[in-house]
Write a protein that binds this ligand. Structure first.
Ligand code: ADP
Length: 217
């Protein structure tokens, strides 16, 4: 069902009295929830649309990936604390790790991966975000101990999660707000940088997403 169908239906039912006045808050909350979902979907679709029209234009600069990770963690602190999920930052060094990439795009990749890690984590757990370097490559990993990705047809599922609108968990309905576009956006951004992004995951144990970036000289 499209979010607009519920938004319209509930707004109409509140106005014409089908929903009793004393129950209105519950339905207004659904309207808010669906509005958020639609916002999220629209902005993801707009992002992918710009990728389609012009192969992603990168504005590269040198920046500290640790600061980028801390920014994402700060902005997602609210949704993490609702589930009592904490973050462990396991950085390569206590100082900066400068990489050469498009800072806004990479900020989005980090945000999407941490956002997913929170969504698919159990309450009262931790997410480890680590960095490592090897030669001129930086490895950034986001690891959760959540529901993981189903085992059946593993290779198939692992291939599919990067595709548009793919959601492996629709039946369990754990994540009603998901659009199935977040990982696709991550993959296109990392491909455009000529870097790699991979996942290791076990159902019921957790998932680890790792991507690479070029270390700045
Ligand atoms: P969304 O999260 O909006 O559904 P994504 O493209 O970000 O879309 O993710 C696609 C699917 O991959 C998710 O619906 C989920 O099934 C699976 N997935 C992504 N990240 C994780 C994770 N950290 N743990 C378990 N499953 C995940």
């Amino acid at each position: 069902r499209s979010p607009l169908t519920s938004i319209r239906g509930y707004a109409e039912a509140i106005l014409d009295g089908t929903i009793p006045y004393e129950n209105k808050d519950r339905y207004l909350n659904t309207i808010l929830f669906e509005t958020d979902r639609l916002n999220h979907l629209t902005s993801n679709l707009l992002t992918l649309n710009t990728f389609d029209q012009s192969s992603i234009f990168l504005e590269k600069s040198t920046f500290d990936i640790h600061t980028c990770i801390r920014n994402a963690v700060d902005s997602l602190e609210g949704s993490a604390s609702k589930k009592n999920v904490s973050f462990i930052l396991d950085f390569d060094s206590s100082s900066e790790l400068n990489v050469s990439a498009d800072i806004n795009r990479i900020q989005q990749v980090v945000h999407n991966l941490i956002d997913n890690a929170i969504k698919f984590s159990h309450n009262d757990s931790s997410i480890v975000i680590g960095t490592k370097t090897k030669g001129d490559k930086a490895f950034i990993s986001v690891k959760d101990t959540g529901i993981g990705i189903p085992d059946e047809f593993k290779d198939d599922v692992f291939k599919k999660i990067w595709e548009r609108f793919y959601k492996s968990d629709t039946s369990r309905g754990k994540d009603k707000k998901g659009t199935g576009l977040g990982l696709c956006i991550c993959k296109e951004i990392i491909d455009a940088h000529k870097q790699t992004i991979n996942v290791v995951s076990t159902e019921g144990v957790g998932s680890e997403f790792v991507f690479t970036l070029k270390v700045a000289k």
